[in-house]
Design a protein around this ligand. Structure first.
Ligand SMILES: [Zn+2]
Length: 324
């Protein structure tokens, strides 16, 4: 800092608009998170769950994921902030101690992705329409306020909804019904939260091939995408709020780079590599389908060593973001 300044430098105060936005954003995460937890508990107690194994695991993961997003938010929310009733909170805390104790460590999925996994458990993997309707009913029950006029996509209102969901499968000749895998775009907001979730996913969740592609575009001068066999189909959907239904959407430019998906958007978007729904479902497909694994084309510089180097960078970045 220059010593020739005549006036001692003041720490720059955040503008009133910024502070106001931050508070609105924090408050909205609090109310969205509270509503989300309320609906999940309702779902857990509904007849839909009868006979479905280990629903509690999903409830625990959801609580953990929401608490973590509250913890890393600029306003710093605590698990307690997501409950309207002390009795409900006490009951859940007794039952799900892990979520209440580990909320400072990053989860493996964002809340909406866990909800989608749960929806696939309820509805089965085949019927996309049924899964979408299940999600729409859940979203409707959250009773989020109508979109703020003039805002493109709830910019300041933190909804915990994934903007896009995607499905993919390997349509091999002869196989009658391929298994469908689903994914959601990251349902967290802000650069820091996205960075944490992407690095965490590259290190601990996604298949190495996907992690490599994402990390190479994030860290290397030249990104190295992966190419799936022609039998792999992948489609994405976004929610049309007015019509309250999911509609097809083209893959974004990033997905064109990462996975060579057909007919990608040509405009650059603001989302980081790894944010998209396609990333999650394609990773699941690679894990499960040996045929896909052995017939896909990896980037020219994909080696164990390069992957290790990129993962080290991701681990460092994750550590730094968690301390920030
Ligand atoms: Zn994309």
């Amino acid at each position: 800092m220059s010593s020739s300044r005549q006036v001692p430098p003041n720490k720059r105060e955040p503008t009133t608009t910024y502070t106001k936005r931050r508070i609105i954003n924090g408050e909205s995460l609090k109310s969205s998170g509270t509503a989300f937890i309320g609906q999940v508990i309702k779902l857990w107690n509904s007849p839909l769950c009868v006979g479905v194994d280990r629903i509690e695991d999903y409830v625990e993961k959801l609580l953990h994921s929401i608490f973590f997003l509250g913890h890393i938010h600029e306003v710093g929310l605590l698990p307690n902030d997501f409950f309207e009733s002390q009795a409900v909170k006490d009951e859940l805390e007794t039952r799900f101690q892990m979520a209440f104790h580990n909320y400072m460590s990053p989860p493996r999925q964002t809340p909406f992705s866990i909800l989608l996994t749960l929806a696939v458990r309820f509805c089965g993997h085949e019927d996309e329409d049924k899964i979408q309707k299940h999600l729409l009913r859940f979203l409707e029950a959250l009773e989020l306020p109508p979109k703020i006029k003039g805002e493109s996509n709830y910019t300041n209102y933190y909804t915990l909804e994934a903007t896009v969901i995607a499905v993919c499968y390997n349509e091999t000749p002869g196989a009658l019904r391929p298994v469908k895998y689903y994914g959601a775009s990251l349902s967290c907001r802000g650069e820091r939260a996205r960075r944490i979730m992407i690095n965490q996913s590259c290190l601990n969740v996604w298949h190495d091939y996907v992690s490599y592609a994402v990390l190479s575009f994030r860290h290397d001068e030249q990104g190295n995408g992966i190419i799936f066999p022609g039998t792999v189909k992948c489609r994405a959907f976004y929610r049309n709020h007015q019509a309250n239904r999911y509609e097809d959407r083209r893959p974004c430019n990033n997905c064109g780079d990462l996975f060579s998906l057909a007919n990608p958007e040509t405009d650059r978007n603001d989302f980081p590599y790894g944010n998209c729904a396609e990333t999650e479902c394609l990773s699941k497909l690679i894990f499960k389908d040996k045929d896909v694994r052995s017939n896909m084309i990896l980037g020219i510089s994909y080696t164990r060593e390069n992957l290790r180097g990129l993962k080290e960078k991701a681990a460092k970045a994750l550590e730094q973001s968690l301390m920030a």
